[in-house]
Design a protein around this ligand. Structure first.
Ligand code: AOF
Ligand code: ZN
Length: 357
C-alpha cells in the first residue's frame, strides 16, 4: 500500500521528469527518487537526453551506499535491456534496492520486463502510483511507442465560420499576434512540423521556431507529391532547421535527399510517411496545413489531437479548415473530447483529443 510519503516521493519524481521535457526525444521523460532504508531522501535524478544515463542511474549515483535497503520511485518501469545504456533493473538490484515503485508500465518492446526482472531478484515491486500524472508528461511518447508512429497534433487557425482564407485566397492575418506566438510554442514542443504542397506553394512558410528560449528546432517536413512546390530558394531550404521534402516515388526532382513515398488517391501515403518519420526518431509531429493534407490525415486515422485557433472574424466564403476527410454521413462524424479552451487575445484556442477507436 502506498503511504503519503510514497506519494510525495513519486510526485517529486514526476516533477523531476518534467525537467527533461523537450530534450529527450526519441526517449521519454523519466524522473527517479531514491530513499534510504529509513525513508530519508538519498538521491534523485531525471533523464536529460537520449543516449545519456537513465533517471535511475543519476539517482543511484547520488545515493551511493545509502541506496542499500532503500526504495526507488520511478515514473516509468525500469528498463530491462541494454540499449544506449542500461539495464536499470540490474543496476537497481546490484545497488541493493529493496523496493521499486513505478508509475507507468513501459510499452517499449525492447525495454519492457524490468518489473518482472526485479521481482525475480527478490525486490518488492509496485506499479500504478500517480500513473495518470506520470503518463501525462509522456503523452506523445506513449502514443508513439504503442502505435509505432509519431503522435500527431493537427493545428489550424480559422475564422468563427471555420474559414482559413477569403474567397480570393488572402489570409493575413486571421489569427491574433497572441495566437501566432502560441503556435511557436507548439512547434517547440514537437520533433517535426508537417505541411503540404498547397501551403508550401502559396505561403512559402519558414516553419522554424522563433521567440521561444532554448527551443530545439523541429524537423520541417514538406509533402510535395509532384515535386513542384519546393523550389531552390524556398524558405524551408534555408538551413535554419533540418528539412525533409517527401515526393512520390515517380516524381522528378532536382532536390537532393528527398524521401520517396508511395502515392495514394489523395497524394502521398500518410502511413508510409509516419513510418518513415518514426524510423528517423520522430515521436511527435505538428500538422500545420493545409485542408487537403489535414483531410488525408483524418481519413487515415492519424490525428491524435486538434488545436484550433478561432478568430472572431466572419468571411462567409473561402476554403474551410478541413477538406474532404472520408466522412460521408453524420453517423461517421469524428466526435472529439475538448480538453481545454482558453482566450488568446481576441481569439479562442480549443484543444480536443480524438478518442481511440
Ligand atoms: C530513458 N530514460 O530514464 C528510462 C528509460 O536507448 P536507451 O538505452 O537510452 O533506452 C531507451 C529506453 O529505455 C526508453 O525507450 C524506455 O523504454 C526505457 N527507459 N529511457 O530514455 C530513462 N528509464
Ligand atoms: Zn533504464
Amino acid at each position: 500500500m502506498a503511504t503519503a510519503a510514497d506519494t510525495d516521493a513519486m510526485r517529486r519524481a514526476v516533477g523531476l521528469a518534467a525537467r527533461g521535457l523537450g530534450s529527450t526525444s526519441p526517449n521519454p521523460v523519466v524522473g527517479c527518487v531514491i530513499t534510504d532504508a529509513s525513508g530519508r531522501r538519498a538521491g534523485e535524478g531525471f533523464h536529460q537526453r537520449a543516449g545519456g544515463p537513465h533517471a535511475e542511474i543519476h539517482a543511484l549515483r547520488e545515493a551511493g551506499e545509502r541506496a542499500r535497503g532503500g526504495t526507488a520511485y520511478v515514473t516509468l518501469e525500469p528498463c530491462n535491456h541494454t540499449g544506449r545504456t542500461g539495464p536499470c533493473a540490474l543496476a537497481l538490484t546490484e545497488a541493493g534496492i529493496a523496493r521499486v515503485v513505478y508509475a507507468v508500465a513501459d510499452p517499449n518492446p525492447q525495454a519492457t520486463g524490468g518489473g518482472d526482472t526485479l521481482r525475480a531478484a527478490g525486490v518488492r515491486v509496485e506499479q500504478g502510483l500517480l500513473e495518470a500524472e506520470a503518463a501525462a508528461g509522456n503523452t506523445a511518447w506513449l502514443t508513439a511507442v504503442r502505435l509505432g508512429r509519431p503522435h500527431v497534433v493537427w493545428k489550424y487557425a480559422a475564422t468563427l465560420d471555420g474559414r482559413i482564407a477569403a474567397a480570393d485566397g488572402t489570409s493575413r492575418w486571421i489569427s491574433s499576434p497572441e495566437s501566432r506566438a502560441d503556435v511557436h510554442r507548439l512547434r517547440a514542443e514537437v520533433d517535426a512540423v508537417i505541411v503540404g504542397s498547397g501551403t508550401a506553394r502559396t505561403d512559402d512558410p519558414h516553419l522554424a521556431v522563433r521567440g521561444v528560449d532554448g527551443a530545439t528546432q523541429p524537423l520541417r517536413v514538406v509533402l510535395d507529391t509532384d515535386a513542384r512546390a519546393v523550389r531552390s530558394g524556398a524558405r524551408v531550404l534555408d538551413g535554419a532547421a533540418p528539412t525533409l521534402v517527401a515526393v512520390a516515388e515517380d516524381a522528378e526532382t532536382g532536390l537532393p535527399d528527398v524521401l520517396r513515398l508511395p502515392r495514394t488517391g489523395r497524394g502521398l501515403s500518410v502511413p508510409a510517411l509516419l513510418e518513415a518519420l518514426y524510423t528517423r526518431g520522430v515521436r511527435s509531429a505538428l500538422l500545420e496545413g493545409g485542408p487537403t493534407l489535414a483531410g488525408s490525415f483524418v481519413a487515415a486515422g492519424a490525428v491524435d489531437r486538434v488545436v484550433g485557433y478561432l478568430a472572431p472574424v466572419l468571411l462567409g466564403a473561402g476554403p474551410t479548415a478541413l477538406a474532404e476527410a472520408g466522412i460521408a454521413t453524420i453517423t461517421e462524424a469524428l466526435r472529439l473530447d475538448v480538453t481545454e479552451s482558453v482566450r488568446l487575445g481576441p481569439d479562442l484556442r480549443i484543444t480536443a483529443t480524438v478518442p481511440k477507436g
